[in-house]
Design a protein around this ligand. Structure first.
Ligand SMILES: Cc1cc2nc3c(=O)[nH]c(=O)nc-3n(C[C@H](O)[C@H](O)[C@H](O)COP(=O)(O)OP(=O)(O)OC[C@H]3O[C@@H](n4cnc5c(N)ncnc54)[C@H](O)[C@@H]3O)c2cc1C
Length: 532
């Protein structure tokens, strides 16, 4: 009998109603290993809520109805506002700070990262203003008086979408404007001019990319009389009139469609200096370090989302009288994806632990400085190819919009491009390695954490040799990728030594590879990725 089109034959049920925490053993283990085991119950409740079918449906709506510019305001679909309200209620924009702007006690970073990683499996666009708001506090610490005034609004969890002056709102969000037409990486070429007006400044110029334009304020870079400087630019002037920000258009983007990214002109825009004149890069880089961390967490979440959907499909779909998940070659592909995904979550959570401990432990502070660009580089660059491979596990269904992979595929590249693109991250590694004592301490730490793992000693020796070679800049990507993988092996060695050994054997020898080359630990990897 022919099967009519409207009858479901051998088609997996829709993906949804999962506990994004309890269904993810690698996440649970990473949370425990990095000091946040006490949050497990709360994380499971969070995972059940965000993994509900209704949340996935809302995410589709937010993506299908991108924001539009209407004069000075940006209009969003209600689904977008729903996600903003949810994430702010959960404190994703502020939970790593105390009300006075000091760093919150451990394991605040790891606990937030676990939530952020789960949210990234559902809706990515709204995470941009969430991440910028939380990161802005680091830069604001260079101007304590202003920070003290803003903190009560930043730590508020009551989302307020109204276009009103920030002091009148229940909560505020912040964006960031660095990139201009002539340069995003080399921000020293910024042409926006800031002129002093008593205690404050007037800025005239433009930004070529400024995301989340409906934010209540932005941290922007502009040229002041004494050089490139960081400024706080609110949407409204102190007298309550609209500030001189004129949004020319919203970018038409490949993915990340629920989030608005604008081109904007500044005409005599009111601004307050943050930190000293001429120290703009030093000031804003504190914020950028945190947005880079969030890019890595979010890309690990995107990978996990793609893996979950691939596993779901292969468990339900029968091909040649067997479930796909029981076909030997498909098992090898899925296990290899599971290995990569587990490594990504292990290494980002371990990195978050370094942020949690950095204030009181110099080695952890050095790890955070040196490994953030490296891990951002590797995880964000791994995600697009990973999502593509997961898409292929679904066959034709992977390529159409109904099954989630198409949206993840469009989303995946952006984390590598913004907040420091691949080459820039690799160059950052070389810069951070110039502090020889710190670099040696971090490499020694990784050496002792991986000494029993296959290929790790050779990989570290190769990294050290490359770093000392005169032409290192030309192959800095290779060094960054290998260092990130050694850090991942070290993190896995704590959560699951047999998985770490499989990772070492299959990844640390270097060279090009495709997914599907893992032959050991296949059942164990699949069981960890999706416990029954
Ligand atoms: C969706 C989206 C939203 C964004 N939102 C914001 C925002 O809110 N605020 C903001 O300020 N910016 C934002 N950006 C801009 C983003 O941060 C920049 O695009 C990025 O930093 C790269 O800058 P660029 O586009 O000018 O490229 P370029 O700086 O011209 O770089 C191009 C390429 O050259 C590489 N490169 C640069 N220098 C070197 C070197 N020395 N050696 C080798 N290779 C090098 C880079 O890695 C990159 O691959 C956004 C971008 C996107 C796509």
């Amino acid at each position: 009998m022919p099967v009519p089109c409207d009858e479901m034959a051998n088609q997996p049920p829709p993906f949804g109603d999962v506990d994004l925490f309890r269904s993810d053993r690698p996440l649970q283990d990473a949370v425990v290993a990095n000091g946040a085991g006490g949050e497990a119950e709360a994380l499971s409740a969070f995972g059940r809520h965000w993994g509900g079918a209704a949340m996935f449906e809302l995410a589709n709506l937010a993506d299908l109805h991108p924001p539009r510019l209407h004069g000075d305001a940006v209009r969003f679909h209600p689904a977008y506002h729903h996600f903003m309200a949810e994430s702010m209620m959960a404190g994703l924009h502020c939970s790593t700070w105390n009300t006075d702007g000091a760093v919150a006690a451990a394991p605040a970073e790891v606990a937030r990262a676990a939530r952020f990683y789960m949210v990234a499996q559902v809706e990515n666009g709204h995470m941009c203003p969430i991440t910028m708001t939380r990161a802005s506090v680091a830069a604001l610490s260079s101007q304590p008086d202003l920070q003290a005034r803003l903190m009560p609004k930043i730590v508020s969890r009551a989302y307020d979408a109204e276009l009103r002056p920030w002091p009148d709102k229940s909560a505020m969000t912040l964006g960031m404007g660095m990139t201009e037409k002539q340069g995003g990486t080399d921000v020293r070429t910024n042409t926006s001019q800031a002129t002093r007006d008593g205690e404050v400044y007037r800025i005239t110029g433009h930004k070529w990319f400024m995301s989340a334009p409906m934010s209540d304020a932005f941290l922007v870079l502009a040229q002041a009389p004494d050089g490139l400087t960081c400024f706080f630019m609110p949407r409204f002037r102190p007298d309550g009139s609209l500030n001189g920000l004129h949004f020319a258009k919203l970018k038409d983007k490949l993915g990340n469609r629920s989030n608005a990214s604008s081109e904007v002109e500044f005409h005599d825009a009111f601004a307050i200096r943050i930190g000293d004149e001429g120290r703009g890069i030093r000031t804003i880089i504190q914020m950028v370090q945190l947005t880079r961390l969030d890019c890595a967490i979010s890309s690990a979440g995107i990978m996990r989302a793609a893996l979950s959907r691939a596993l779901h499909h292969c468990r339900h779909r029968t091909v040649f009288q067997k479930k796909l998940v029981d076909q030997p070659m498909m098992r090898a592909v899925l296990a290899d994806l599971a290995l990569e995904s587990e490594a990504a979550v292990a290494v980002v959570m371990r990195l978050c632990r370094s942020f949690d401990l950095a204030q009181r432990d110099p080695l952890e502070a050095a790890r955070a400085r040196i490994l953030t660009p490296v891990i951002k580089y590797w995880v964000c660059k791994t995600a697009p190819a990973f999502v593509y491979e997961a898409m292929e596990c679904l066959g034709g269904n992977g390529y159409v919009e109904d099954h989630g992979l198409a949206r993840l595929y469009r989303e995946a590249p952006v984390n590598a491009i913004w907040e420091g693109s691949g080459n820039v991250m690799a160059l950052d590694l070389l810069r951070s390695m110039r502090n020889v004592d710190e670099a040696q301490a971090v490499l020694n730490d990784l050496r002792s954490a991986t000494r029993d793992l296959p290929e790790a000693v050779a990989a570290l020796t190769q990294i050290e040799r490359s770093l000392l070679s005169p032409g290192v800049e030309a192959h800095a990507r290779e060094v960054a990728g290998m260092l990130a993988m050694v850090a991942a092996a070290a993190a896995l060695n704590v959560t699951s030594p047999d998985v770490a050994a499989a990772f070492g054997r299959s990844r640390l020898r270097g060279g090009m590879r495709h997914y599907g080359a893992v032959s050991d630990n296949v059942s164990r990897l699949l069981e960890r990725a999706a416990p029954d």
